[in-house]
Write a protein that binds this ligand. Sequence first.
Ligand code: F6R
Length: 245
Amino acid sequence: MQVIILPTPKDVALYAANRVEDVMKRNSHPVLGLSTGSTPIALYNELVSRHKAGWLSFKHTTTFNLDEYIGITESHKQSYRFFMNKHLFHLVDIDEANTHLPLAASLEPDILHQDASSYDLSISSSGGIDLQILGIGENGHIGFNEPTSSFSSRTRIKTLSKSTIAANKRFFKEGEFQPHLAITMGIGTILESKVILLMATGKAKASAVKEMIEGPLSSMCPASVLQQHEKAIIVLDEEAASSLA
Ligand code: F6R
């Protein structure tokens, strides 16, 4: 695990954009793993600017997102498909057919199992993820792999923890239905990525960041598993790094 501390969230986004650009330029058919949430928005803005400036084309890029809510449709403003369309896919020259988010068409166990395992199969058939972008939850989650998730888990349904539901409440209107289930890449799936880049900014992440980097390897802090990945890069701003020893 390599830890890089930069002064501001803007520096974190620029560092991440440089890594993404590097992977996209080195591979004729790059495969990116993407995440949603507040943290990567500045990264996506930067990638869109580089595309508009003519430096970066997504024509041959394939993407796999980490997760998606269950219980709201893709056209819902809080769905992760909507988020990705808004912040990246609709603003660059990517072929929509090459953008993937996990979907649970039904909660019926057989169908669900099929949907989840076909997601992992699509990732491996694409050649695997060259660079996976991650954020971290205040409780140490990666994707929606909440505390106690197995380190060898595959794509599957997870019930969101109370703290994740509370942290994401800000995105939903007063009284609006907020999903408490999601389908997420498993930790085992994430660990198969060739390179992992986790971005964390802001004071609210300081304690989870400390647990991830200095804490024991523990399913109570799912992100701590990155200590075991050969090519995991953790990019922090000074606030997110403020509790490190
Ligand atoms: C989103 C995801 C989550 C977020 C995490 C941090 O696709 O998988 O694990 O990365 O909850 O979210 P923000 O960036 O909003 O603090």
